[in-house]
Design a binder for this molecule. Sequence first.
Ligand SMILES: [Zn+2]
Ligand SMILES: [Zn+2]
Ligand SMILES: [Zn+2]
Ligand SMILES: [Zn+2]
Ligand SMILES: [Zn+2]
Ligand SMILES: [Zn+2]
Ligand SMILES: [Zn+2]
Length: 247
Amino acid sequence: MGKGFWGIGLICLAIFLCSCTTTRTEVREMREHELREEKAAPVEPTPEEAPSVPGIPPEEIAPEEEPEEIPEETPEEAPSVPEIPSEEIAPEEELKAEDIGRYYEEMESMDDPSFQCTTCNEAVGEGHICGLTTYCQQCLEEVGSGHVCDLTFFCYDCKKEVGDGHICDITTFCLNCEEEVGEDHICDVTYFCYDCEKEVGDEHICGVTQFCSVCKVEAGEGHVCGKTYFCFDCEKEASTEHQHEIQ
Ligand SMILES: [Zn+2]
Ligand SMILES: [Zn+2]
Ligand SMILES: [Zn+2]
Ligand SMILES: [Zn+2]
Ligand SMILES: [Zn+2]
Ligand SMILES: [Zn+2]
Ligand SMILES: [Zn+2]
């Protein structure tokens, strides 16, 4: 009995050592091995095995305990090994998923209607035109080049930045005057008359005067550059010699 069991014990020990099971099992096996090999001290196994099954003599426990321990501990330890990494991975994946969820929540919580353009990979807004419009974080909309916050917006017909009062194909935004202007605009000299729909001077009278780009003043009908000028008292073009008596 003792030798037969001992043979099993050795095989088991070899299996345990090879399979690198937990140190607890190895230590116990090693101790049992050493204790039985000594034989000279039969009293010693008692404190070692006594705690596992108290009240039963150690000699009877030994043969029963060992074959039972092998199948019991092996399946116990086998699942415990894959459990460790699986437990470690599981929370990591959960955290990542939570982080992504939070990220989207933050994006949604802001009143930012921008989304990513699949072509230029930029955060863009509705009506984005690649290479032509970009997203203004302040105005929260797509804008063109030369955009001035609160002053200009993108005209999709003219395909450029325009200001308040913009008329397609007629007015454009003057960055210097910071307003919509017409053709032949001269900064600080002309402005856009919405009735005449063209650039006019300071003294412009709708339907009567128009801007002379050569003389750079408002002029009336029959105006000849260098020879006539518009007399605002007479409300008509007069020769350069035309003068009113000093009152
Ligand atoms: Zn784009
Ligand atoms: Zn802006
Ligand atoms: Zn336009
Ligand atoms: Zn201007
Ligand atoms: Zn006018
Ligand atoms: Zn003129
Ligand atoms: Zn006059």
